[in-house]
Ligand binder design. Structure first.
Ligand code: SAH
Ligand code: SF4
Length: 359
């Protein structure tokens, strides 16, 4: 067996790699190694989740943001960004439509919009919880206090996505203005997990200034956190941001990292993201075949989709929810996997699905 394949085999067995093995693997992986990695990753995923791919209905409910992350098209200093906010009623309509289509998880994502007070968020969560008691509610609305996270959880939210972006404080500083800190981002993630959320962290692959050392720091941080979900996608520049002229992350690096993460975290829910679908027409399918097991079709009203632009060239901004859903099902079928009507909860070590909340 080739040396890299021995490394991959070891990674599959031990669910970890030494820094040195990771460095060599990352820098010298050829096409044969890559095929071996993806086959091992699919095997690991199938042992826990079978050939199921889980759907998350993404509702982008506000494009206002008080933050100024250097990479993001929604940053407050982007005067060209079109801003909108959905009403509670509109959000509920998206969920109802999603439910009819077979979604059992709703992901509510937004910029850090001061209008979204804890009271308003809790009311929205409680209304969805009441209307769809059999569904999971995921929030992705940024950094909050522990008390706020607890309040959303008590209102009925069960999952939270907060990419840590980079685990290296110096790199974090290069991606964000001084008022945001790596330390607080990590604090948020530990609080979320401690409260009882199924918690997702993640990074942009190829973000400006990212090196193999930062990737290593990310892997170490993830092992420490023990996330239930890990969202990764390529960095893609946005024309109206300070990083407008930086190179995007690559398809290859993103797929390699998906495969490695699957072997390091066999139980994790790993999305094949919209950003991956944006840099390659079959990016999401390739993601599934490299070890991902989640896709997140858009449920936002077609009228606002073109306004939630984190990066340039974002796909799926023209379709209605039903079209998006149908397109996604067809795409997944081409991979030999199957989209299921299920909450798609994280599965613990003994492989028994976690109990569904019924409150
Ligand atoms: N405001 C919330 C959620 C919306 S942003 C938050 O920041 O957590 C969701 C994710 O989009 C971010 O975590 C970031 O990783 C990703 N993102 C932002 N700008 C991007 C870009 N230019 N390319 C790729 N991903 C980007
Ligand atoms: Fe706001 Fe999130 Fe974009 Fe940062 S990444 S500017 S917090 S929407």
């Amino acid at each position: 067996m080739k040396e890299n394949q021995i490394r991959i085999e070891r990674l599959a067995q031990e669910q970890n790699l030494s820094d040195e093995d990771f460095r060599v693997l990352w820098q010298t992986m050829d096409q044969e190694d890559e095929a071996f990695l993806y086959a091992k990753a699919r095997e690991a995923c199938q042992r826990v989740y079978g050939r199921e791919v889980y759907l998350r209905g993404l509702i982008e409910f506000s494009s206002y943001c008080k933050n100024n992350c250097y990479y993001c098209g929604l940053r407050k200093s982007n005067a060209h960004a079109e801003r909108y906010r959905l009403t509670q009623e509109q959000i509920l309509e998206c969920c109802d439509e999603g439910y009819r289509l077979g979604f059992r998880t709703f992901v509510l994502q937004s910029g850090e919009d001061p209008y979204g007070t804890d009271d308003r968020i809790c009311r929205i969560v409680a209304a969805i919880r009441q209307a769809h008691p059999d569904c999971a509610i995921t929030l992705s609305i940024g950094e909050k206090s522990r008390e706020s996270y607890q309040a959303y959880f008590d209102a009925g939210a069960d999952r939270y996505l907060l990419r840590h972006e980079t685990a290296d404080p110096v790199h974090y500083r290069a991606l964000h203005p001084p008022e945001l800190s790596c330390e607080n981002r990590k604090r948020c993630l530990f609080d979320l997990k401690d409260i009882g959320y199924q918690t997702g962290c993640g990074i942009m692959v190829g973000s400006p200034g990212q090196t193999i050392d930062q990737l290593l720091a990310d892997l170490h941080f993830m092992k420490e956190l023990g996330p239930h979900m890990i969202g990764i996608g390529p960095f893609i520049p946005h024309r109206d941001t300070p990083f407008h002229d930086r190179a995007p992350g690559t398809l290859t690096d993103t797929l390699h990292l998906l495969g490695i993460l699957r072997l390091m975290f066999p139980h994790a829910l790993l999305p094949a993201t919209t950003a991956l679908g944006t840099i390659h027409p079959r990016g999401r399918e390739k993601g599934i075949l490299a070890g991902a097991n989640v896709v997140m079709p858009n449920l936002s009203p077609a009228a606002v989709r073109g306004k939630y632009l984190l990066y340039d060239g974002k796909i799926c901004t023209g379709e209605e929810a039903a079209q998006c859903h149908e397109c996604m099902e067809a795409r997944i079928r081409t991979t030999g996997y199957e989209v299921v009507v299920s909450r798609g909860d994280w599965r613990p070590e003994d492989n028994v699905p976690s109990p569904h909340r019924t409150d």
